[in-house]
Unconditional design. Structure first.
Length: 139
């Protein structure tokens, strides 16, 4: 028997629409992609998990810049020790940033998620999650 929920209608009408069955618990969440035991839920629609192909591409880079504390120390120190305070501006820190692109494809359906990352640990975590989903898709 179908479960149904009432739909707005006029007085005395009994219009009912079927309610979809519960999809099951989410096993893995990769950004906006939620994976259950049978389905990949994306904002663009659902994709069957069985037979899906997953691709991970990381587009991240490192750059060097002057940290904020060094700029503040140079400005404050300029009043006390003019020449030596400028040495704070030689301090550099390495900052990693970028995105990891996760693509899921099944037949003609495809979805791409772009996930911002700030360190190598986040990239490793995303790769591990996708590898786990690949094993689920192969079952």
């Amino acid at each position: 028997m179908d479960r149904a929920r009432p739909v707005a209608g006029g007085a005395g009408t009994d219009l009912r629409a079927p309610v979809a069955a519960a999809p099951g618990p989410v096993i893995v969440q990769i950004a906006e992609i939620a994976v259950t035991s049978t389905t990949v839920h994306t904002p663009a629609g659902d994709i069957p998990l069985a037979g899906s192909q997953w691709l991970v591409s990381d587009y991240w880079f490192s750059q060097q810049r002057i940290p904020r504390w060094a700029i503040v120390a140079a400005i404050v120190g300029f009043c006390v020790l003019t020449v030596f305070s400028l040495l704070f501006l030689l301090v550099k820190e390495t900052v990693a940033q970028g995105t990891v692109q996760v693509t899921v494809t099944n037949g003609t359906r495809q979805y791409v998620a772009r996930i911002p990352v700030t360190d190598q640990g986040a990239v490793t975590t995303i790769n591990q999650q996708v590898n786990y989903v690949r094993t689920l898709a192969a079952l």
